[in-house]
Design a protein around this ligand. Sequence first.
Ligand code: G1P
Length: 292
Amino acid sequence: MAVKKVVIPAAGMGTRFLPATKAVPKEMLPLVDKPVIQEVVEEAVRSGISEIVLITGMGKGAIEDHFDISTDLEGFLASRGQEELLKMVRDISRMVDIISVRQKEPRGLGHAVQCAKAAVGDEPFAVMLGDDVVDSEVPCIAQLLKVFEKYKSTVVALEFVPDSDVDKYGIVEGEEVEPGIVKIKNLVEKPPLKDAPSNMAVIGRYILTPEIFSAIEGLAPDDRGEIQLTNALQDIANSDEVYGVVFEGTRYDAGNRFGFLVANIVYALKDGELGPQLREYLKGLVAFWGDR
Ligand code: G1P
């Protein structure tokens, strides 16, 4: 069955980016000049998915406005003859259909996915986390879809992370069934290094089947009151199959300040207009700050 919908959890408070996120959703912070969430939505669209189920919370209206038609702005740009900008603004509003669902309490990623149950229905679906931005030739979620078509089972994206980072991710244990594809036996959410079964981390791209909903329903909250998607995936790995794909591409963790800055620098360097100027400027900066 084809995957038509993607769930994008976007209810978090964005406390790591305060004060910028006091009145602006963190998903709207820009990668150069494009909101992070648009980058993620474009990855879905490039992979053939254009129905978005957005899990939102208080104060997230700007995300819906961003993907909506803005008659005022379009009228203003048209009156000024700014055709290129007008096209860009129109394209954004036509890119996708969005259904918004409120997550009324911050109860973890598993709970956020559960909020999408009615909107998703009885179909496989994708989940994309806005904190993970992936720069790749073939969109990351398209790489997962390809594996889903073959195995018809749950698929997650995997990346090798250094020892110092295993306690920041869901970490998996499994065996490689073909190059870059792992059949997962066990998953542990943010283990201390000594308990981590490997260095293979789940990153924020998933293809899930509707069986995830009953798995989530059966879970108790962890000691922080959160319902972990990782534990629901473990249930599915026990009773069915879960595959991991070591995706091709570079992931940026735009959910923390350093990763967000790095992503901005890389995306700016790749920008036709900004890139050459920034490259020269950075050379000068390195020469000046290099050994200070
Ligand atoms: C979530 C998941 C975790 C996964 C990570 C990927 O954690 O719970 O398993 O490895 O996303 O970014 P979060 O970063 O939301 O704490």
